[in-house]
Design a protein around this ligand. Structure first.
Ligand SMILES: NC(=O)c1ccc[n+]([C@@H]2O[C@H](COP(=O)([O-])OP(=O)(O)OC[C@H]3O[C@@H](n4cnc5c(N)ncnc54)[C@H](OP(=O)(O)O)[C@@H]3O)[C@@H](O)[C@H]2O)c1
Length: 272
């Protein structure tokens, strides 16, 4: 099989997909706006002149949507048309457990990807890795207070490595999956429960404070997130408060053959 093009190949899931593909013996090209090493290819959603080179001799694409775009279909549709015309047979879309096909934006992409001959849509719950790195939740861990609008609602946080392992199978299994996979960790936790697990690792208290949805949206805007996107994110927190993410699935184990990583193991191995 020719190379797999991994969009967002330097990001949280993408870089894990690239290394998983290579470990399994497949060729993988990591798309990035700033190629810095062998195996990187320049790709920018905003610069269509970069698409043809990135797609040359590619048989499958890990599709990370243009982040923060209100109408991603306008960018993704011509890209997919070029990809299929150039010989791509399979596309695996990273979406979200919170997104149905009725949701504008990512929902439109889910419908579009189903038109590709071989496809899969990954619908992960919230990433465990939001508690590390540059994410606002991680900043909250450093500050000792995670602020959300989720109340006591639970989330079945999922490990980015597990998402990537499912992606590798969906990209390379001889039989295409042609389905959606809702991906979760093995248990659902409230942010207060997750904060307590993380606090034991970082060695300082970390509490969770829940605020109202509008208040949370205003905080996100103050942190630099555009108003419209901040409202969307705050509404997702409200959904969590109502219990929409309080469920676990067996999809990680069904697809990869090994159990999903627990939040406790993630914290032990990745939180310092
Ligand atoms: N975080 C969660 O809990 C969660 C849960 C469910 C679903 N998701 C979904 O996961 C996706 C990724 O989110 P993330 O925050 O984890 O991001 P990420 O994958 O860590 O990083 C974004 C990636 O996109 C690339 N990128 C940014 N702008 C680009 C552009 N104009 N053209 C081409 N590539 C560009 C970046 O590459 P370069 O900077 O190297 O160019 C980087 O590799 C989103 O679609 C989100 O909806 C996230």
């Amino acid at each position: 099989m020719a190379d797999v093009l991994v969009l967002g190949g330097t990001g949280t899931t993408g870089r894990r997909v690239v290394s998983g593909l290579r470990q399994a013996g497949f060729g993988a090209r990591a798309a990035t706006r700033k190629p810095a090493e062998a195996g990187h290819v320049r790709f920018d959603w905003a610069d269509r002149s970069t698409h043809a080179d990135a797609l040359r001799e590619v048989s499958a694409v890990y599709l990370l949507a243009p982040i923060g775009e209100a109408e991603p279909v306008a960018l993704v549709e011509p890209f997919l048309a070029d990809a299929l015309a150039g010989g791509v047979r399979r596309v695996v879309l990273l979406s979200s457990s919170a997104v149905t096909e009725a949701v504008p934006g990512l929902g439109d992409l889910q419908r579009l990807v189903r038109t590709v001959p071989e496809w899969a849509v990954l619908k992960p719950s919230w990433f465990m890795q939001n508690f590390t790195g540059e994410h606002l939740v991680a900043q909250g861990v450093r500050d000792g207070e995670i602020v959300t609008a989720t109340g006591d609602g639970r989330v079945a946080f999922v490990d980015a490595g597990d998402i990537a392992a499912v992606a590798v199978r969906a990209l390379t299994d001889p039989v295409p999956h042609n389905t959606e996979h809702v991906l979760t960790g093995p248990s659902a936790l409230s942010y207060a429960e997750a904060a307590a697990i993380v606090a034991a690792r970082v060695g300082h208290p970390v509490r969770h404070r829940s605020v109202g949805t509008a208040d949370f949206a205003a905080r996100l805007t103050a942190a630099g997130i555009p108003v419209g996107f901040a409202r969307v994110l705050a509404a997702l927190d409200e959904d969590i408060r109502r219990g929409t993410e309080d469920r676990v699935t067996a999809a990680v184990e069904q697809v990869t053959g090994r159990p999903a990583r627990s939040f406790e193991t993630f914290a032990r191995e990745e939180i310092r």
